[in-house]
Design a protein around this ligand. Structure first.
Ligand code: FBP
Length: 560
């Protein structure tokens, strides 16, 4: 018998809440259809590429007094991409709805991410299996992966596996890229008369899969609360010892939502937001000057300590870096099958091959970087051909450049302080935490609702649960056509249909909150200490939603 921690034991007993529209039972639902939809941009091209699934309406469910007993169905589920707290509850919600609909229904889990459906690697869930994972963090129930489901051959193989298991619906739990693939698979199944539905679920701690219909992706709530707890602890340490400047890089591959949310929860002295850096065309030197200015002023007040929060994706938003990295990505993609490059054992050898292919301006930027960062920029790309920003130590790059600049200022007599820095990277610490009550309820509802979409015969939809700042029984369950969120973007040098990523809006209420306060937070220590996520106890601490959700929803509600 596996040993469980006391919290594990208690969390296994937690019963997640459902919207009242779903809690009457999966077989007692009524669906309402809205009007036809359009993609967010590039309508003609998207419609052309999704002839069978484009333009469908947004749907919502409500409880119905009549009840139907549906036919027996087998469903497959895939966890795709990076871990996010609550993934196990999506599967638990899906399983419970499916068994409630008809106890003879079966749920298969594809192993190791999308490659599981291609290679026919799967498990079948039963009560005992699911019960061991309820309300736990992680994706270890079936594992995850980043294989992109996009080629004809992969679709064909998926079809064969589904046929073998008599599967008539697949649920893909993933971020923007995985749900783009869900849309492609849904279209392909319809085009080929496969009679297999595809439903997506919005997952990613990054919080960048959101729009008018999807208020937040799951995992963001728990991950940001975990990072905020850690930052708060560091703030207390910094304020106690008063001898370190802490540079904390926070996960979020591209958008800065996670860093922004963690900052609003903790009020550090400095917060960089990548989207602002790009908008204001701030150079790396400009960023260093901005930070040094605060360090110098604090030193003048006798404060040789502080906390700076840095978004993980920052490096790709600094204009000169963006240009150099994009140039580097193209070159590395073209060298993918070059044996000299692939077999080069040292970074120096790799760079010798790359160097004369870089544009001179980009080569200059690359050569200006510390050796550590130069090496990290030549590491393997992710499946989309992008730099793996989690492996670039931007926090150390900043510390090194700040140290040099402060030394110069000291020589000029413009800095009287003592700079002693510590670096941190918070990312993996938050992705598999026990889901907060919010994420436990939200994820369970998303999974349960995914089966409702399947029951009504829909395909190419994203499971949607809205009105999330209200108590769970008032949440609105329904579905959004995946094509509605799409536009055309360049990938690997080609224009492709993709779900639009939501970046931080600089005119939105969340960024404004930071902007209005950051000068005060820089000089006066307004640190907030959120502490650990609470699972049991008063609602005032257990059911707090994120500042991001609260601010965005109150703006939305005010405009209605
Ligand atoms: P998803 O978008 O797939 O949810 O993953 C997001 C993320 O956690 C990013 O924040 C991070 O940059 C990346 O995954 C790290 O990826 P990996 O787990 O492959 O190191």
């Amino acid at each position: 018998m596996e040993k469980l921690s006391p919290l594990q034991i208690e969390r296994l007993k937690y019963q997640p809440k459902l919207p009242s529209s779903l809690s009457n039972g999966i077989n007692s639902l009524e669906m309402t259809e809205g009007s036809a939809t359009q993609s967010v941009r590039d309508q003609e091209q998207i419609e052309n590429l999704f002839k069978n699934t484009y333009g469908k309406p947004v749907v919502t469910f409500k409880a119905s007094s009549s009840s139907v007993v549906p036919e027996v169905r087998n469903v497959g589920v895939i966890l795709s991409g990076g871990q996010a707290p609550g993934g196990h509850n999506v599967i638990a919600g899906l399983y419970d709805a499916l068994k409630q609909a008809n106890p003879n229904n079966r749920l298969y889990g594809f192993l190791g991410g999308p490659s599981g459906i291609i290679d026919g690697k799967y498990v079948e869930f039963d009560d005992k299996f699911i019960d061991a994972y309820r309300n736990t963090g992680g994706f270890d129930i079936i594992g995850s992966g980043r294989t992109k489901l996009e080629t004809e051959e992969q679709f064909q193989k998926s079809l064969e596996v589904c046929r073998k298991l008599n599967i008539s619906a697949v649920v893909i739990i993933g971020g923007d890229d995985s749900n783009t693939n869900a849309a492609l698979l849904a279209e392909w199944f319809v085009k080929n008369n496969a009679n297999i539905q595809v439903i997506g679920c919005p997952k990613t701690i990054d919080g960048d899969l959101k729009n008018d219909q999807i208020e937040i992706s799951f995992g963001f709530d728990t991950a940001t609360k975990t990072y905020a707890e850690l930052i708060g602890n560091i703030e207390r340490d910094a304020n106690s010892a008063k001898k370190y400047w802490h540079f904390v890089k926070i996960m979020g591959r591209s958008a800065s939502h996670v860093a922004l949310e963690a900052a609003l929860q903790t009020q550090p002295n400095i917060t960089l937001i990548s989207e602002e850096v790009e908008e204001k065309k701030m150079s790396l030197e400009g960023i260093i000057n901005y930070i040094c200015n605060i360090i110098v002023k604090r030193a003048d007040m006798g404060k040789n300590f502080g906390i700076a929060v840095i978004p993980e994706g920052l490096i790709e938003f600094i204009p000169e870096m963006k240009s150099m990295i994009s140039n580097l990505n193209d070159i590395m993609a073209s060298l993918e099958n070059d044996p000299d490059f692939v077999n080069a054992t040292t970074i120096r050898d790799k760079f010798d091959i790359v160097e004369n292919r870089l544009d001179p301006a980009n080569a200059k930027v690359y050569n200006s970087l510390p050796a550590l960062i130069k090496g990290q920029l030549l590491a393997d790309r992710d499946p989309h051909g992008n730099v793996q920003v989690s492996k670039i130590e931007t926090e150390k790059l900043l510390i090194e450049m700040i140290t040099t600049r402060l030394d110069e200022l000291k020589l000029q007599g413009d800095y009287i302080g003592k700079f002693n820095a510590q670096s941190h990277f918070f990312g993996y610490e938050g992705r598999c935490a026990f889901p907060s009550n919010f994420d436990a309820d939200y994820c369970y509802s998303l999974g349960f609702n995914a089966f409702a979409l399947i029951s009504f015969g829909l395909t190419g939809y994203l499971s949607s649960v809205r009105n999330l700042t209200a108590p769970a029984d008032q949440w609105i369950a329904g579905g959004v056509p995946l094509t509605m969120m799409m536009n055309m973007e360049k990938r690997h040098g080609e224009m492709k249909p993709v779900i639009q990523k939501a970046l931080v809006k600089l005119d939105g209420p969340v960024f404004k909150q930071l902007e209005e306060n950051r000068e005060d937070w820089a000089m006066n220590d307004r640190y907030l200490f959120p502490g650990a996520i609470q699972y049991f106890g008063p609602s005032s601490v257990c059911d707090i939603t994120t500042c991001t959700l609260k601010l965005e929803r109150s703006k939305e509600l005010a405009s209605v």
